[in-house]
Design a protein around this ligand. Structure first.
Ligand SMILES: [Mn+2]
Length: 269
């Protein structure tokens, strides 16, 4: 039995299937981890969700595009012209697909492997325990019918940049969601910046990739979201989004192979 982690699929169903073939992925015994952003921008979001949903052994975390789909589906956000998940919104099994997505976690921690799977990252000021508490808090809000609509309606925006004891309610939820699903660069203080999206070295001097600001710890973190970073190992941090949907590659690792060895396929849609 192997555990494979794959970066942001974003509706690139054919690429996902080809990569799984290349890995000789055995759905009956192997486990598939995905860094989130299963949907949007690519050609076949519904096929991706339908396929992954029916696999027996998966660990999937929510990305910003997945949350955006849920917000559009609930009517809290108009679709953007770049959105390409109308196949899900128009599908006969729409509610099944959306409900499955809604019930994915924000973070997955494998205690045996001391490995955390997240979409964008782990805030540099949070311990693992704090982060998992924050993730569970958001997961409960997403799964509760009373709190779900307001959460989706108010999650958009870049503020607050930091979290204090006085940050509560929608501001706190938005910060936590941004920290898990959108973080790239931070100031040394831990304040998040969302303006810079480029590769390392293109950012202003005062900004650092979130992972370079984390204290030494015995924790491996697998993440996606940052396509201009590409599939790379940065010490204990493994970035898996190599921009498949932008004409790049879809990348996988066998989670138990160290150092990580990337298996890739070029984007074929
Ligand atoms: Mn993303």
């Amino acid at each position: 039995m192997s555990v494979y982690a794959i970066g942001d699929v974003q509706g690139c169903y054919a690429s996902l299937r080809r990569l799984l073939d290349k890995l000789s992925f055995d759905a009956g015994s192997d486990e598939l981890w995905l860094t989130g952003d299963l949907v949007n921008r690519g050609p076949a979001s519904a096929d991706v969700v339908r396929f992954v949903k029916d696999l027996p052994h998966t660990r999937i975390v929510l990305g910003n595009h997945d949350l955006h789909l849920l917000a559009v589906a609930e009517g809290f956000r108009a679709p953007k012209h770049t959105d390409s998940f109308s196949d899900i919104l128009a599908a006969d099994d729409r509610e099944e697909l959306l409900s499955w997505l809604r019930n994915r976690p924000i973070a997955h921690f494998d205690s045996e492997r001391k490995t955390l799977l997240v979409h964008a990252g782990l805030h540099p000021r949070w311990s693992l325990t704090e982060a998992l508490d924050h993730a569970r808090e958001i997961e409960l809000l997403i799964r509760n019918d009373e709190t779900y609509p307001a959460l989706l309606a108010r999650m958009y925006g870049d503020e607050p940049a930091s979290l204090s004891d006085k940050t509560v309610g929608d501001d706190k939820s938005r910060f936590i969601i941004n920290a898990f699903t959108r973080i790239r660069y931070c100031y040394r203080s831990g304040d998040m910046d969302f303006a810079q999206v480029g590769p390392l070295g293109t950012q202003p001097d005062l900004l650092f990739p979130w992972f370079s600001l984390r204290q030494t710890e015995d924790l491996r973190i697998l993440f996606g979201h940052w396509s201009s970073l590409g599939a790379r190992v940065h010490g204990r941090f493994v970035s898996l989004d190599s921009g498949c949907v932008h004409g790049g590659y879809l990348s996988a690792i066998d989670v138990d192979n160290k150092p990580a060895h990337f298996v890739q396929v070029p984007c074929i849609g």
